[in-house]
Design a binder for this molecule. Structure first.
Ligand code: PEP
Length: 254
C-alpha cells in the first residue's frame, strides 16, 4: 500500500487572531481541495477554533503544537487533549525540539504526552532528531533510537494507526541549514528500521515519516524524491501560504 504523503505547517508562536484567520483562508484557497497529499496546519492554541472554522469542509486539517500530560485539573497554563479535540482539531505535535530544548520536555514527558493524545483520539506527529553536537559526536542514530524507544516501546500498534513521525535535526530547524536529501534519507531509513524493531515490519512499512528543518519550495523536490520521506513538517515557510503550497506542489506525482 503506498503511503499518502503528508505536509504539516507549524506556525509556532506567530500570527495574531486576524493574521491566523487570513493565513488559514489563504491556505484553504490554495490547498483546500488538494488530493494525493494530506495537509495539516498547527496554529497557536488561541486560534485553533477560528482556524478550524475557516477550514471547515475542506481537505486541510488542524492540529495543536503541544498537549498536556494530564487530562484535567490544577495545571495552570496547560492545555489538555480533550480541549484541543473540542475545538475541532484532530492532530497534535508531540516532542517538537523546541518543546524539548526550550521547555525541557524529557523523553519521559514526551511519552506521557503521546499517551495523553492517543487517549482522546488525537493523531500524533512524534518529533525526533539530534542536535548539532550530537551529530558531530556521531550520536545521531543513538539519539533518534532512544527517542523512538522511549515514546513507542510497549504501545499497541492498533492505537498508533494514525502516527506520523517527523525527523527534524535540531541543527536544521529555523537555521536555513537543510539536511541534504542523502542525509535525511539515511536517518529516515534508520527511523523506519527502528520502528520495525519496535512495532513490526508491517507497521513500519505503513507509517508516514516527515522531514523537518528549513524546508522551502526550492529545496523540497530533492527531499520529496527520497524513498523514506513521505512529507514535511514546515516551520517558517508555512507562514506564507503560497510558499507552503509550493512545497506541497513540488512533489512529483507518481
Ligand atoms: C519546525 O518548526 O518543525 C521546523 C522544521 O521549522 P523550520 O521549517 O522553520 O526549520
Amino acid at each position: 500500500m503506498p503511503r499518502t504523503p503528508i505536509v504539516g505547517g507549524n506556525w509556532k508562536m506567530n500570527t495574531d487572531l486576524a493574521q491566523a484567520g487570513t493565513l488559514a483562508a489563504e491556505v484553504r484557497h490554495r490547498l483546500g481541495s488538494q488530493r494525493g497529499c494530506d495537509v495539516v496546519v498547527f496554529p497557536p492554541f488561541p486560534f485553533l477554533r477560528p482556524v478550524t472554522e475557516r477550514l471547515d469542509g475542506c481537505r486541510v486539517e488542524v492540529g495543536a503544537q503541544d498537549v498536556a500530560t494530564e487530562a484535567k485539573g490544577a495545571f495552570t497554563g496547560a492545555v489538555a487533549g480533550a480541549m484541543i479535540a473540542s475545538c475541532g482539531a484532530s492532530w497534535v505535535l508531540i516532542g517538537h525540539s523546541e518543546r524539548r530544548s526550550v521547555f525541557g520536555d524529557s523523553d519521559a514527558v514526551v511519552a506521557k504526552k503521546l499517551s495523553a493524545a492517543l487517549a482522546v483520539g488525537l493523531k500524533p506527529v512524534l518529533c525526533v532528531g539530534e542536535s548539532r553536537s550530537e551529530r558531530e559526536a556521531g550520536q545521531t542514530f543513538a539519539v533518534v533510537r532512544r527517542q523512538l524507544e522511549s515514546a513507542l516501546a510497549g504501545l499497541a500498534t492498533d492505537t498508533l494507526r494514525a502516527l506520523v513521525i517527523a525527523y527534524e535535526p535540531v541543527w536544521a530547524i529555523g537555521t536555513g541549514l537543510v539536511a541534504t536529501p542523502a542525509q535525511a534519507q539515511e536517518v529516515h531509513a534508520f527511523v523506519r528500521g527502528t520502528v520495525a524493531d519496535l512495532l513490526g515490519r508491517a507497521f513500519a512499512d505503513a507509517v508516514r515519516l516527515q522531514y523537518g528543518g528549513s524546508v522551502k519550495a526550492d529545496n523540497a523536490a530533492g527531499l520529496w524524491a527520497q524513498p523514506d520521506i513521505d512529507g514535511f513538517l514546515v516551520g517558517g515557510a508555512s507562514l506564507e501560504a503560497e510558499g507552503f503550497a509550493a512545497i506541497v506542489r513540488a512533489r512529483r506525482a507518481d
